[in-house]
Design a protein around this ligand. Structure first.
Ligand code: DX5
Ligand code: ZN
Length: 226
């Protein structure tokens, strides 16, 4: 039996009350927090950094909530921020191979800091960029949209890529590597995405955008749809 997990992307949360939003979505059943970091350089958008990550970490701790924060770095270069996010309490850090001059070094930096290391593949990025670093990769994040914005549509070709990645990992005896999918994940397509081989699903707008007007912090029914 495969273990499926739902990761809530903070990108579509209300940043004016991020702590409460994250607490609510976890209480409703989300398994992890997906922390999107954008630098207006690698992607044309700007979000938040390590200070907000550690504030969120402290907030959850203070309220007795335990959930891993997965940092998705859409920044270039990555190494200095990797160190800062390790200090900020990230459980995992994922970056895009195009954004690091020394991919193997960056992956080891994450592992040596005690976090799980992930590589994010853009829609046009080839799977075989994983080949020589597989030993130091815990997770592959397959982008099903081009990075930079929430609320985009799932790119259908991703399903074929996921199937290809699943069998590529099998061929390389790397079944331990987790497959994450990010972008345009909705209750309506999650079944097909799971069938194609993903285990960890990121959802932003479909979670936070679907909040009930009556009770903006009630995510029970929203999470239940996944
Ligand atoms: C996009 C981000 C995603 C984004 C997903 O660059 O990496 O994590 O928040 O948002 P939705 O689920 O709305 O596509
Ligand atoms: Zn993301």
């Amino acid at each position: 039996i495969r273990d499926f997990q739902l990761s809530a992307s903070i990108l579509s949360a209300d940043f004016a009350c991020l702590g409460a939003e994250v607490e609510a979505v976890l209480a409703s059943g989300a398994d992890r927090i997906h922390f999107d970091v954008m630098d207006n350089h690698y992607v044309p958008n700007l979000t938040v950094g390590p200070m907000v990550c550690s504030a969120l970490r402290d907030h959850l701790e203070k309220h007795g909530v335990e959930a891993p924060i997965d940092v998705h770095l859409m920044v270039e270069p990555v190494d200095a921020l990797i160190e800062q996010f390790l200090d900020a309490g990230a459980a995992s850090i994922t970056f895009h191979p195009e954004a690091s001059r020394h991919v193997d070094r960056s992956l080891r930096l994450i592992r040596d800091g005690g976090a799980e290391a992930g590589l994010a593949l853009n829609p046009a990025t080839r799977i075989d960029c994983l080949e020589h670093v597989l030993d130091v990769v815990d997770r592959v994040l397959v982008m099903s949209v081009n990075p930079g914005f929430g609320g985009q549509s799932f790119i259908p070709a991703t399903l074929g890529k996921l199937r290809q990645l699943r069998s590529w990992l099998d061929d390389h005896h790397a079944q331990r590597v987790q497959i994450e999918v990010d972008g345009g994940v909705k209750p309506a397509n999650i079944r097909d995405i799971a069938d194609a081989g993903a285990e960890l699903f990121v959802a932003g707008s479909a979670l936070f955008g679907a909040r009930a007007a009556a009770d903006p912090h009630d995510y029970d029914s929203v999470v239940a749809r996944f």
